[in-house]
Design a protein around this ligand. Structure first.
Ligand code: NAD
Length: 437
């Protein structure tokens, strides 16, 4: 089996490397020449745990290749995966499908022999049909099938998620296409991964329904956390108490500064638009989007309140700016709203992130970037944890206290215990838990 992966980003590179680990010969294609050059030199352009070894092993084994030559890669492939970006379109929140359609046109020109064209990018219902139309119009005699195979991996645990997914969703119209997909995912059949075969349209919708449901779940616990603060209850115990109910489930009940990242913000918006246009508005998701947007500003207010009502002229130490740990992805990170709001309120910021600073520097002007967590704290008026990287979970609290001007810690990820922090002499503020004096 040979495949071409069009788009070598977070999804394309991980999926390509994992398929090659399954024994498939994979050619990863990207338009970004510098990305492909780096990969061919053995450098990994993104931070994703375990990816360097996986790429190195499979490239050495002669199963994984990187090129900018889409034509050659597609011509020899049994299946071509489209894994290009589908960001929010400026102005209306719809998914911007220009990269998908441009890729479809290029693929059409290069097809040679029967090929399954698989959309792995997250795309609105109807996109597969449009991809089919573009290919048909460009090459009326091309022998191809279209498939929708959305990806559910999470950055930071992407390899494990791809290799041992909860399920694989495949939307196909023909048995021939289903056969090719079955062959590609054969190793997952062997570990009894549920494979959901359905129509192309349903498969496209499943991805959005999954992401918007998860965004709603996070938003629900965030609002419960706010209520806990007012009522003196503990949101962690609430999450445990409800999560043990199998109908609710334990996961995604951790409160924080609001969801971010390259998927939930754009996918919630895109589904809202799709639903409005279809005449079946998803009011629950419209509300989720609104609550989450406002939450990020509210987190800046929380920091300001913890600093006695004003941060004007104060210096704040910030730990973590990526949207979650174990990734360098800054797309739609809550820090991109929280940090400018604190700057507008007059604070100077000193920040550290283990992997995100390179990207963050471009997006967050005016921040002083430090080499270590402790370096941010020297002479700062308060410490704020925005992203829960493991290395922030066990800070030397005595050292933190001596470095800070005042022992004020705002923990937007609840990685410390209120009681322990009070005993250590901190004025500790977290999310949805009783903050002890
Ligand atoms: P990304 O921006 O990291 O990567 C996209 C890549 O495609 C870029 O390297 C770009 O240069 C390349 N590209 C664009 N047009 C091309 C073309 N015509 N030919 C060759 N290369 C081209 O994006 P991503 O985060 O990997 O996301 C890709 C898709 O997967 C999106 O639809 C996203 O919603 C979905 N998805 C992402 C995640 C995630 O965690 N990032 C998870 C599941 C699904």
């Amino acid at each position: 089996m040979r495949i071409a992966m069009i788009g070598t980003g977070y999804v394309g590179l991980v999926s390509g490397a994992c398929f090659s680990e399954f024994g498939v010969t994979v050619t990863c294609v990207d338009k970004d020449v510098s990305k492909i050059d780096r990969l061919n030199r053995g450098e990994i352009p993104i931070y994703e745990p375990g990816l360097d070894k996986l790429v190195e092993n499979n490239a050495k084994a002669g199963r994984l290749f990187f090129t900018t030559d889409l034509k050659a890669a597609v011509a020899e492939a049994d299946a071509v995966f489209i894994a290009v970006g589908t960001p929010s379109r400026r102005g209306d929140g719809h998914a911007d499908l220009s990269y998908v359609y441009a890729a479809a046109k290029e693929i059409a020109e290069a097809l040679d022999g029967h090929t399954v064209v698989v959309t792995k990018s997250t795309v609105p219902v109807g996109t597969g049909r449009e991809v089919e139309k573009i290919i048909r119009e460009t090459r009326p005699n091309a022998d191809f099938d279209i498939v929708s195979n959305p990806e559910f991996l999470r950055e930071g645990s992407a390899i494990g998620d791809f290799m041992r997914p909860d399920r694989v969703v495949i939307g196909a119209r023909t048995e021939r296409a289903r056969e090719v997909m079955r062959a590609l995912y054969r190793p997952l059949y062997l570990i009894e991964t549920p494979i959901v075969f359905t129509s192309v349209e349903t498969s496209e919708l499943i991805k959005y329904a999954a992401n918007t449901f998860l965004a709603a779940k996070i938003t629900f616990i965030n609002e419960i956390a706010d209520l806990c603060e007012k009522l003196g209850a503990d949101v962690h115990d609430v999450a445990k108490g409800i999560g043990l109910d199998g109908r609710i489930g334990k996961k995604f009940l951790h409160p924080g500064p609001g969801y971010g990242g390259s998927c939930f913000p754009k996918d919630t918006l895109a589904l809202v638009r799709t639903a409005q246009e279809a005449g079946a508005p998803l009011r629950i998701i419209e509300t989720v989007v609104d609550i989450n947007d406002k939450r990020k500003r509210a987190m800046a207010d929380k920091v300001i309140a913890a600093c006695g009502g004003s941060v004007a002229g104060k210096t704040l130490a910030i730990l973590g700016v990526t949207f979650k740990p174990n990734t360098d992805d800054m797309r739609d990170s809550p820090s991109l709203d929280i940090i400018p709001a604190l700057q507008q309120a007059g604070a100077s910021l000193r920040a550290f992130d283990p992997e995100g600073m390179h990207e963050a520097e471009k997006l967050l002007p005016g921040v002083v970037w430090c080499d270590t967590a402790y370096e941010t704290m020297g002479g700062a008026d308060a410490l704020v944890i925005i992203t829960e990287w493991n290395q922030f979970r066990a800070l030397d609290l005595k050292r933190v206290k001596t470095l800070l001007k005042a022992p004020i810690l705002v923990d937007l990820r609840n990685i410390y215990e209120p009681e322990m922090m009070a005993n250590a002499g901190f004025q500790y503020t977290c999310v949805g838990r009783v903050s002890l004096p």
